[in-house]
Design a protein around this ligand. Structure first.
Ligand code: HEC
Ligand code: HEC
Length: 440
């Protein structure tokens, strides 16, 4: 647990003590569905119709009954062991289907190691989770229910037995599937509901559809930097068929390198996974242990995937703060400072992460451009958060390293100073050398 999430946890406990929810009740009550939880229309500017059709699995077609059931389930804390945590606790529609916490809090007020990504547009992900360990939304939904520090149910049978005793679900599953509840039907209904949560219809989409005035002059400059000097487009790709700002690949951009000990952890993970290696074991290592920082490596066991995470889409960012797989960056300006200085050095850093030489004004332009990727219905909230982050960015810039960003520190030359992650001066090569992964 990071210091930050610990502090937040204590804050929540304190707030609820005062608010009278009772001593020891530290989990937030599950959100109730409101207008933002309604299935969204596919009639949105910039909606990828072709991709949408391709992305509905033939063995789980959409139906109104299934979506309605999935929505009930998504907001129902009875899917958790102590009836406190629903999917919506960590994926709250009012917070862009995230929890806006650095890392997520599950049953017994336990914090995991990963930031909860948004469910919005998640049906278009080629793989789910920050490390891609689940191929589909159906496979994804199986994991949090059974994860001991998320929803904490002991096994599939217990979940199904619990749902089968609830009259409204006996009826709901009958209507949607013509059968009693099963674990497979449960995750199919959840996935069907998630496939209605798509958020395009942004100023950027209207701009690409031909409205030249949909972006401000500053946002247009930001879009040019995104494609050029900022190199963002090389990973966060946009095209009319896949307008999602991701290459659906995995890269080590140095986020974990602040704290991770990649090589010893990788060796430990290989030993653990050799004794098992099923998807549930990977899920538990990713959510609840320091091995979380290995990212994609836990899934592929390929050394080049150490510390690599999925390129996240960039839509609706100002309602899904904080950022990166560990929620380590509070503002968009912090993420931009991270890229501008060339990330954080480590032996597995992606070759595409280099100092960018962006000026302060150029970073401001990029931050303004990213606001233009916000869906209409989230825009008022997002503008508030954009102004908030702008204000913070005028005084607090923990990731800023202008000399590194301008290439004045060289790479590993004199004057090149930390943070270095694993390859810093004084680190033991015997421990940190990638070649020692097999152990010697
Ligand atoms: C305790 C908080 C918590 C609960 C409860 C929870 N999630 Fe999540 N969710 C997360 C976190 C954290 C991740 C990222 C984990 C990772 O990548 O290792 C995630 C990932 C996801 C993703 C993948 C999105 C992406 O871009 O990769 C989807 C979809 C999702 N959750 C849906 C659900 C559904 C459906 C439920 C209920 C069955 C649920 N979640 C319950 C915290 C939670
Ligand atoms: C080499 C590929 C690559 C490049 C180039 C790149 N990104 Fe990323 N981006 C990623 C990956 C991978 C992640 C997830 C990393 C993690 O959390 O460890 C990410 C995450 C982000 C996030 C956080 C998203 C979230 O939901 O938490 C933002 C914001 C972002 N990138 C913006 C940018 C911008 C702006 C640029 C250009 C200045 C850029 N990226 C360039 C690969 C890249």
């Amino acid at each position: 647990m990071s210091g930050k999430s610990l502090a937040l946890g204590l804050l929540i406990v304190a707030a609820f003590g005062v608010a009278g929810y009772g001593i020891g009740r530290a989990t937030m009550p599950a959100p109730k569905p409101d207008a933002l939880a309604e299935p969204k229309s596919v009639d949105q500017v910039g909606f990828p119709e072709q991709l949408y059709k391709w992305s509905i699995p033939p063995d789980n077609p959409q139906s109104a009954a299934k979506v309605a059931l999935g929505k009930e389930l998504f907001f129902d804390p009875r899917l958790s062991v102590d009836n406190t945590v629903a999917c919506a606790n960590c994926h709250d529609p009012d917070k862009g289907f995230t929890d806006q916490l650095p890392t997520a809090m599950g049953v017994h007020a336990k914090f995991g190691h990963r930031n909860a990504p948004t469910v919005l547009n998640s049906m278009f992900n080629i793989e789910q989770f920050w490390d891609g360990r689940a191929p589909t939304l159906e496979d994804q939904a199986e994991q949090p229910i059974l994860n001991p520090i998320e929803m904490g149910m002991p096994d599939e049978q217990t979940v199904v037995a619990k749902l089968s005793k609830i009259p409204e679900y006996q009826k709901g599953f009958q209507e949607a599937f013509g059968s009693a509840p099963t674990y497979r039907n449960l995750v199919e209904a959840l996935a069907a509901y998630e496939r209605t949560q798509n958020a395009f219809d942004s100023p950027f989409d209207r701009f690409m559809a031909g409205d030249a005035n949909a972006l401000t002059a500053q946002q247009k400059r930001g879009w040019a930097i995104f494609n050029g000097q900022g190199r963002c487009m090389s990973c966060h790709g946009w095209n009319p068929t896949r307008p999602l700002f991701t290459d659906d690949r995995f890269h080590n951009i140095g986020v974990s390198a602040h704290s991770a000990q990649f090589v010893p952890h990788a060796r430990q993970a290989l030993a653990l996974l050799a004794k098992g290696g099923g998807s549930q074991q990977i899920d538990r290592l990713a959510i609840a242990t320091d091995l979380s920082e290995l990212g994609r490596f836990l899934v592929t066991k390929q050394p080049h995937d150490i510390g690599a995470f999925r390129t996240m889409g960039l839509r609706n960012l100002y309602v899904t703060e904080p950022y990166f797989h560990d929620g380590s960056q509070a503002t968009i300006w912090d993420t931009l400072d991270h890229y501008n200085k060339g990330g954080v050095q480590n032996p597995y850093l992606d070759g595409g992460i280099v100092p960018l030489g962006l000026s302060e004004e150029q970073e401001d332009d990029l931050a303004a451009f990213l606001l233009s990727l916000t869906n209409q219905r989230y825009m008022a909230e997002a503008e508030k958060e954009y102004r908030n982050q702008f204000r913070i960015s005028r005084t607090t810039r923990p990731q800023r390293d202008t000399a590194a960003a301008m290439g004045l520190k060289g790479r590993n030359g004199p004057g090149f100073s930390g943070p270095f992650g694993d390859i810093g001066p004084g680190q033991s090569a015997m421990i940190e050398n990638p070649a020692s992964l097999g152990g010697y």
